[in-house]
Design a protein. Structure first.
Length: 180
């Protein structure tokens, strides 16, 4: 009986191998945190890229002339071409662009009528022209162009609810139309 008691006391006081047990408990959690930082950083980078692409598209939609073309392009074609070139420069697949159908309030409103603004879709890039950007209507209203689209992003975080989840990163940009 004393032998068993002494053996248990000796094993309870022994600290050899404790570092291995602590590392086995901490390393998977630390690895998941590092992986999460990486994937959320990737999502943030793609979000910044598509937001910049939407801003470029809105600026291109306001100026309906193509300097290198001999024909007049529509605002939606100019916006799509600008978004396409921005995504291509960032090495993102422009074929994955999704039309943004769901708007967070308020939805784009026509500058003069106050009703829902008309839009055109070119390659899933939605361009609202003659959008009200200020709170006033009529002659005092500030009008512009709104460009919107979404881009899918897939997380890979094993052992979490975000594993292989696709989210849609939304890009919306508005630019004021200037009198020419």
């Amino acid at each position: 009986m004393n032998f068993a008691r002494n053996t248990l006391r000796r094993l309870a006081g022994e600290t050899r191998g404790a570092e291995i047990a602590e590392a086995a408990a901490v390393l998977p959690i630390m690895f998941m945190m590092i992986l999460g930082i990486f994937w959320f950083g990737q999502a943030f980078s793609i979000y910044g890229t598509i937001t910049r692409a939407a801003q470029d598209g809105a600026r291109a939609a306001v100026a309906p002339y193509c300097m290198t073309c001999s024909t007049l392009n529509t605002p939606s074609v100019n916006a799509f071409n600008a978004v396409l070139s921005a995504l291509t420069a960032a090495h993102l697949d422009s074929g994955q662009i999704i039309a943004l159908n769901k708007w967070t309030p308020p939805a784009p409103v026509d500058c003069t009528t106050g009703s829902a603004a008309a839009y055109t879709d070119t390659g899933n890039v939605r361009v609202h022209t003659h959008v009200k950007l200020s709170q006033t209507f009529g002659t005092g209203a500030v009008c512009g162009v709104s460009v919107s689209f979404a881009y899918p992003y897939g997380f890979f975080l094993p052992f979490t609810s975000l594993n292989k989840q696709n989210i849609q990163l939304q890009a919306v940009a508005q630019v004021r139309m200037e009198a020419q």
